[in-house]
Design a protein around this ligand. Structure first.
Ligand code: GLN
Length: 526
C-alpha cells in the first residue's frame, strides 16, 4: 500500500513529504492543504524510481535520529535527480548537510523552544514576508559548518545556520519547524516553498476532488463491474457511498447490517436518509436476532467486540452472496471508508528496527471474498470528508454526527446484552441526545451517549418503592480523541435530562453524570 499507484498525486500538483519519523510530519501535509496545495506523506525510505508520479517539490521532515548514527535513516539520492525544489526541515536539513560534507555533530546543549529568525537575504522567495518572526526549535544536533555548495540565508540567536540554500540548485534547509503553530509565520514559509519555488497549483479543493475522483472511480471500476460496501449511518461510510453512487449509480450496493445494537430507530432512519434522500442503492439486513443470540450470557467487553465483529463479517458475506446483479456481473470491489490519518498511521516511519504496520480493518472480508479494495477517502482528512459530504448534499446533521462504535450499544450496556437491556439504553440515549440537540449543544460536544449500568438502586415513585437500574450519561470535548475532557453542562440541563429519563424509560431509577477525563478513563465505558 505505498503511494506508487496513487491517482490523486498524479491528478493534482503534489508536494511529497518524506517522513523521517517526527511527531509533526503529518502537520506539514495539513498546513499545505490549508492553502489548497495537495501534499502527501511517504516514509523517508521511499524509492523515487518506484513512485510512479513526479512531485512538484519535496520536503524532508524532522526526525528523532542523528544523521551520523550508524542506523540513521537516509534519503534515496534519486531525489536530487528529479530537479525539483527540496526543503529539509531540522533532521531534513541535517541530512542535506550529511550528504554534502558530513558537517553535523552533537551540540553542547539542546535547543528547544522559540527563537527569533533573522533573514540575511530578503529577496529569497522562501522567506517572503517572514523576517523577524518567532520560529520553533527542537534539536540537539547542529551543523558545524556549511555543507559544500551551500550558503547561509538566515540565522537565529543560537543557530548560525538557521536557513541555508544551495548556490545553484533550489535546495533549502531550515533548522526550525515551520509546521508547528509556535512558528508564527511557518505556514507562510511552507506556502512560499510550494507556490514561489515549486510553482504548485493551489487547486486542491473538494469541488475539484469530486470531479476527479468520480472520473477515477469510473475508470477503475470499468463499465460493468459491481461494488459492495457496508454503511453504518456515520459520516465516512455515507460520504463514500454517495461518491460511489455518483460515479456508478446502482452498480454500487450498500448494505446496512442491523445488528440489534444500533441506536433507537437507526435502521429506519438510515434507510430514509440514504435511499430517499441520497438515492443510494441500499439493502438493510435485519440480523438482530442472530447477533443477540450470539451475545447471550456474554459479559466480557472484549468478547462482545469479537463476537460482533465476527458475526458482522459472516452476515455481510452471506448477504453479498445474495446480491446478484441483474446483468449477471460479479461483485468485484469492496468499498471502504479509510481516511488519511489511518493511512499516515500505517506508513509513518517508525525507525530502522521497526516494521511498518499496515491496516487490516477488513482483512477478513477481503481474504474470504476475493474482492479488490476501493477507498475513495484514503487521501482525505476528516474535515475534508465533512466538506465533501456537504458538497454532495448530505445534511449538516449527518456530516457532523458524533462517532458511534462498531459494537454499538452492546458496549454501552454493561454486563449481559439482552433485548430489554438494549431497549432501556437506547431509549435513554435517544432522550439525552434529543435534549442536547434542543439546547443547541450537539456541535459543541465531540461525543455524547448514555450507558446502562448493571446495578440496581432503590428509588421511590408514586409512593411506591422501586428497585431499578442506573443510567450513566457521558459527554466529552476533544480535538483528537486521544485525550478528552467531560463537558460542563448547566445544572438545569442535567436536571431536566435526568427527570425525563427516569419518567419516560421503564427500568431506570437513577441517572448519574460521568465526570472523568481521558486519561485516566476512556471515552466508552467498555
Ligand atoms: N534528532 C535531530 C536533532 O536532535 C533532529 C531533530 C528534529 O528533526 N527535530 O537535532
Amino acid at each position: 500500500m505505498s503511494g506508487s499507484a496513487d491517482p490523486v498525486s498524479a491528478a493534482f500538483d503534489t508536494i511529497l513529504v518524506l517522513d523521517f519519523g517526527s511527531q509533526y510530519s503529518h502537520l506539514i501535509t495539513r498546513r499545505l492543504r490549508e492553502f489548497n496545495i495537495y501534499a502527501e506523506m511517504l516514509p523517508c525510505t521511499q524509492k523515487i524510481s518506484e513512485l510512479g508520479w513526479t512531485p512538484k517539490g519535496i520536503i524532508m521532515s524532522g526526525g528523532p535520529y542523528s544523521v551520523y548514527a550508524e542506523d540513521a535513516p537516509h534519503v534515496d539520492h534519486d531525489v536530487f535527480k528529479l530537479g525539483v525544489p527540496i526543503l529539509g526541515i531540522c533532521y531534513g536539513m541535517q541530512e542535506l548537510a550529511w550528504i554534502n560534507g558530513k558537517q553535523v555533530h552533537r551540540g553542547e546543549k539542546r535547543e528547544y523552544g522559540p527563537s527569533k529568525l533573522h533573514v540575511l537575504d530578503n529577496t529569497n522567495p522562501l522567506f517572503e514576508g517572514i523576517d523577524n518572526s518567532t520560529v520553533w526549535m527542537s534539536h540537539g544536533d547542529k551543523l558545524n559548518g556549511l555543507p559544500t555548495g551551500f550558503k547561509v540565508i538566515a540565522i537565529s540567536d543560537n543557530s548560525p545556520f538557521c536557513g541555508i540554500v544551495h548556490e545553484s540548485d533550489p535546495i533549502y534547509g531550515i533548522q526550525f519547524h515551520p509546521e508547528v503553530t509556535h512558528s508564527t509565520m511557518g505556514k507562510v514559509l511552507l506556502k512560499n516553498f510550494a507556490v514561489n519555488l515549486c510553482h504548485a497549483a493551489q487547486n486542491w479543493t473538494m469541488e475539484n476532488f469530486i470531479e476527479k475522483e468520480i472520473t477515477r472511480i469510473r475508470e477503475l471500476v470499468g463499465p460493468t463491474a459491481e461494488v459492495i460496501g457496508a454503511v453504518s449511518g456515520g459520516v465516512d461510510s455515507t460520504v463514500a457511498s454517495k461518491l460511489m453512487t455518483e460515479a456508478i449509480g446502482d452498480r454500487f450496493h450498500a448494505i446496512l447490517v442491523d445488528n440489534g445494537v444500533l441506536r433507537l430507530n437507526e435502521a429506519a432512519t438510515v434507510k430514509k436518509t440514504l435511499v430517499d434522500g441520497l438515492g443510494i442503492n441500499l439493502t438493510v439486513i435485519d440480523a438482530s436476532e442472530e447477533f443477540l443470540t450470539k451475545l447471550k450470557g456474554v459479559t466480557d467487553p472484549e468478547k462482545k467486540r469479537k463476537i460482533i465483529g465476527n458475526t458482522f463479517i459472516h452476515v455481510f458475506e452471506r448477504e453479498a452472496e445474495n446480491i446478484k446483479p441483474k446483468d449477471g456481473q460479479e461483485i468485484q470491489y469492496l468499498l471502504q471508508g479509510t481516511l488519511y490519518p489511518d493511512v499516515i498511521e500505517s506508513i509513518s516511519f517508525k525507525g530502522p528496527s521497526q516494521t511498518i504496520k499496515t491496516h487490516h480493518n477488513v482483512g477478513g472480508l477481503l481474504e474470504d471474498m476475493k474482492l479488490k479494495l476501493i477507498e475513495p477517502l484514503r487521501e482525505l482528512f476528516k474535515d475534508e470528508v465533512r466538506h465533501l459530504g456537504e458538497l454532495l448534499g448530505i445534511s449538516h446533521e449527518l456530516v457532523w454526527r458524533h462517532p458511534f462504535p462498531g459494537p454499538g450499544i452492546a458496549i454501552r450496556v454493561l454486563g449481559e446484552v439482552t433485548k430489554s437491556q438494549v431497549e432501556i439504553a437506547r431509549k435513554a440515549d435517544y432522550i439525552y441526545i434529543e435534549e442536547i440537540r434542543k439546547a443547541g449543544l450537539y456541535d459543541k460536544i465531540s461525543q455524547a451517549f448514555a450507558c446502562l449500568l448493571p446495578v440496581k438502586s432503590v428509588g421511590v415513585m408514586g409512593d411506591q418503592r422501586t428497585y431499578e437500574q442506573v443510567i450513566a450519561l457521558r459527554a466529552i470535548e476533544t480535538t483528537d480523541f486521544m485525550t478528552a475532557d467531560w463537558y460542563p453542562f448547566e445544572h438545569s440541563f442535567l436536571k431536566n435530562v435526568a427527570s425525563r429519563i427516569v419518567n419516560e424509560v421503564d427500568g431506570v431509577a437513577r441517572v448519574t453524570y460521568d465526570i472523568t477525563s481521558k486519561p485516566p478513563a476512556t471515552v466508552e465505558w467498555e
